[in-house]
Ligand binder design. Sequence first.
Ligand code: ATP
Length: 344
Amino acid sequence: MATVEARQVRKTFGEVRAVDGVDLVTREGEFLVLLGPSGCGKTTLLRMIAGLEAPTSGEILIGGRIVNDLPPRARKIAMVFQSYALYPHMTVFKNIAFPLKAQGVPKTEIPKKVAWATGLFGIGHLLERKPRELSGGERQRVALARAVVREPAVFLLDEPLSNLDAKLRTSARDELQQFQRRIGITTIYVTHDQIEAMGLGDRIAVMQGGRVRQLGTPAEVYGEPADTFVAGFLGSPPMNIVEAAADCLVGFRPEHFLPREAHDGSGTLVALGFRVTRVEYLGADRLLYGVLEDKFPDAKVIARLPSTVALTYEGGRRYAFAVPEKELKFFHRATGLRTAPRPV
Ligand code: ATP
């Protein structure tokens, strides 16, 4: 096992600053997710850790050792990408055994190692099949087994589940997490899907424009966003952000913005008049779209009400809503960075 560290890592492609000064240290055995919108530099950062791309400047360390000059093979890493290519003419067994053969592992050892790797992913019964005889989910498990069979110190995954349908993704996510916990291998996982990031990560590095905006546990990045980008990127719908003063923005999550009577009465509430313009039924929840009145006139916001809150809404009417004061997050308007709470 090993930790991965990036020190002031930069990568430019001509004019494009793909990665713009990233500092990052994983913990031993951690599942770290790089999360961000398309083009934020997550794949480039992962490829530099893997050794497939050389940093323009900065250092990459694996297990405390600078690896900038080491080729991918020598870095003790395994990678699985979105387009994991299995060898179509080889059986599952041969596909998984291939990296062992290439590494010169003795022939008698190979079946044992393949059995271990396939056991981890529950695909021991598929050894004689060819890739075309497998489902998408099975193929993906074969790719993962092939990646771990060499017992790498670090596991690098770039959107490995994005070729699966929604249902398979959920179960594959669960399997992947169980597997990672079982063998405790330091894992870096790239995704633009916040649900995946929140569900899988011990910590999440939220990236934008080649930089890490915030590194924290799922609860930290969701509950205590460091800036307006993180606040707006996480959560569906995202945090409501309205202008509180000339230099200050205030944010609150749609699930904390509830009718006054739906709050449990503990803690101070900030009352907000809410004119509802549209209601969306989502089964377990309802989304109420509308505008604030009084304090923040005409600011567009969204409320998320669990279906267990039994209230009837008419579009266009004004309702007495409230947010717990402790759930208000303040941001500096010009920089977008979090600032201290202030009275509203
Ligand atoms: P996605 O989720 O779409 O894969 P990403 O966050 O992984 O996005 P990167 O692939 O790391 O983003 O790309 C970061 C930026 O660098 C983008 O603007 C991209 O166009 C640019 N870029 C990446 N690779 C190259 C390259 N080989 N040559 C030129 N520009 C590149």
